[in-house]
Design a binder for this molecule. Sequence first.
Ligand SMILES: Nc1ncnc2c1ncn2[C@@H]1O[C@H](COP(=O)(O)OP(=O)(O)OP(=O)(O)O)[C@@H](O)[C@H]1O
Length: 749
Amino acid sequence: MSTPQSVTNQQVNATPQYETITGVVERLTFHSEESGYTVARLTRPRTTDLTTIVGNFANIQPGQTLQLTGFWKDHPQYGPQFNVVNYKETKPATLTGIEKYLGSGLIKGVGPVTARRIVAHFGLETLDIIENQIDRLIEVQGIAKKRIKLIKNAWETQKAIKEVMVFLQSHGVSTTYAVKIYKQYQDNAIATVTSNPYQLATDIYGIGFLTADKIARNLGVAPDSEFRYSAGIIHALSEAAEDGHCYLPQPELIENVIKLLTTDTHQPQEEAIAHIIKEMSAREELIRESVRENYSEKLLLCYKPTFFHTEMNLAQMISRRLSQPSVQDMPRVRAWLERFMASRKIQLSPQQQQAVETAAYSPIMVLTGGPGVGKTFTTHTIVSLWKAMGKSIALAAPTGRAAQRLAEMTGLEAKTIHRLLEFDPKTMGFKRDHENPLPHNAIIADEASMLDLFLAHSLVKAVAQGAQLLLVGDIDQLPSVGPGKVLADLINSLRVPVVRLTQVFRQAQQSAIVIAAHQINQGDYPTLEPISDNPVSDCLWHSGGYQPEHGVQAICELITDFIPRLGFNPACDVQVLCPMSRGLVGTRNLNAVLQGLLNPPSPDKPEIVRSGMTLRVGDRIIQQTNDYNREVFNGDLGTILSIDTEEQELTVDYGGRDVVYDYADLNEITLAFAVSIHKSQGSEYPVVILPFYMQHFIMLSRNLFYTGLTRARKLAIVVGSKKAISLAVGTTNDQQRYTRLWQRLLQPS
Ligand SMILES: Nc1ncnc2c1ncn2[C@@H]1O[C@H](COP(=O)(O)OP(=O)(O)OP(=O)(O)O)[C@@H](O)[C@H]1O
């Protein structure tokens, strides 16, 4: 790289000295939407070489004319770079500059083609016309009134965002969050941030307590203010919920809050926090419950109010239902089952028969067991019994993929629980509840290990009085992503009838995947066949060369060579499932590598870069949040069908259904050539590759391994060291979550 004209080597190596430069952003080399960290190339007047600028920017676009203050620094690899401390945008002054600026993606509805037409018509006056006489855009060929309205809105939004940006910058905060803050509060943005900066942490996804705290400090909120302490306490409980807890014992909460609130100048005192907790509990901003268990000392448990009430209410609803079993003529049920088995020429195991009989009368029950023990087989029989009893039945599962699988396995219609309960995106609530219950007499929820406290509560609430609920799930899988461990609590309470199937059936016994899964579950090292040219087993092991970089190489070879030789299609049959996103054999790196391998760049495949990640037509992607407007849900897999740079939209094909995303919403999706095991819950794939390396040691655990392996329908290949595999099998700490659902179920209702 050559040195910019104005800089000598002597200057580059000297102590940083601030200077101001101006130029037009030529292109973005890297931009993180999260942190705003940007590396860009700048064209400067009277300078032939491009200048590299590095710093935090919100909304930076090619074509923008910027005045930048900062200092030069020599990067050991890339040479001299201008490190930006502060910047402001000025209007572009040349025709090319204006055209580039307008067509850069800044304004929805204006892409490069439209920008060229507008600038060709209005010349240097273009920006003034857009600012003051926008209706004149009608003079430009191909721009209709509807589009002008769109451009007008987008232009005004840009202006408002800039105002928020200037305000935040003046308080020393990175400008990255300006767009998010503006979207949330619109014209009230500055007022909200000034009156209660901690509100940002509650309302805006991506802004945590720490960012809000930084803004608060810049606005002059004292580090020991009650305001700050209260926000810190709530934040510590939210963090605990992200780890799956429904509450925290007070001493642990205080410890976490002290860590959170300690600054260079301030060390919070335990008593002060305890005092605020007490006051918050008096105001019911949090709920404290005093418990004394096993003759231990009295302990105070701290809940966010919604968590407390939901847990309490769920326990009460279940207890009430359990106290009203339906009266059944059991000899008649048994006679039906005998006739059913004889006519179908099948024999249910005693455990399976017990499950069917329990389903005849129990208002709520759990059917659990590992792979191949006949959960689906038994569920089928229960459906037949319920049909014979004249019941109307609904089937549901927590995710779209799991619901789809349930429908395939049973041949019956199955919905997501959200759809069954008629989720309304306008109110963010369910239309089905205790006042408007489901019209069915019997409901089956599969993959019940994925039910978190809140979804379980909504489901039970919507089941009509007298109707029955069957929860089917594998208790040894990972617990729900959301808080609670509902299925485990229901089982441990010993109040809810539970049938645990343990016998692995003959068909399933032929699968080494099923056998290995049961071995892992029992804490035994699984039987994995070392990889060879002619494998016999469907559960294989590849040492992966023991080092992560060799693992990446091994995975690539498996996908391009070994797996196709066994008759599978690498483009759609294979899923790499990783314990975590970081590291060479984590999802982030593997996605980049596998994208290059399975969907390499090509002139006929448009692509865009978002947060440092390339999204290209033909890429496999995964939806990362529940988007009720687009009706796509966390974990849904799709393929990028098209990218429209003019309209700034990207279309994804979700198994025959096209879903369109604005560029602004692209953080909802990410590449899915490799996904995390957590995200794969409830899904199955023909071939699964599981990279297990000591690099992932924090995440390695028995139920992570078990969950990953049981996602494979036809072939599983574990890649990695025996040490990592042993560590995973021997680690059993996933289910330690603070919940009290099971104790509450034991209390009289
Ligand atoms: N009583 C039975 N008689 C004969 N075959 C059975 C019986 N129960 C289950 N099977 C067979 O065993 C195999 C595994 O059963 P099923 O698919 O129902 O198990 P599962 O617990 O749902 O497993 P997974 O969780 O892996 O889906 C199937 O081929 C099924 O037909």
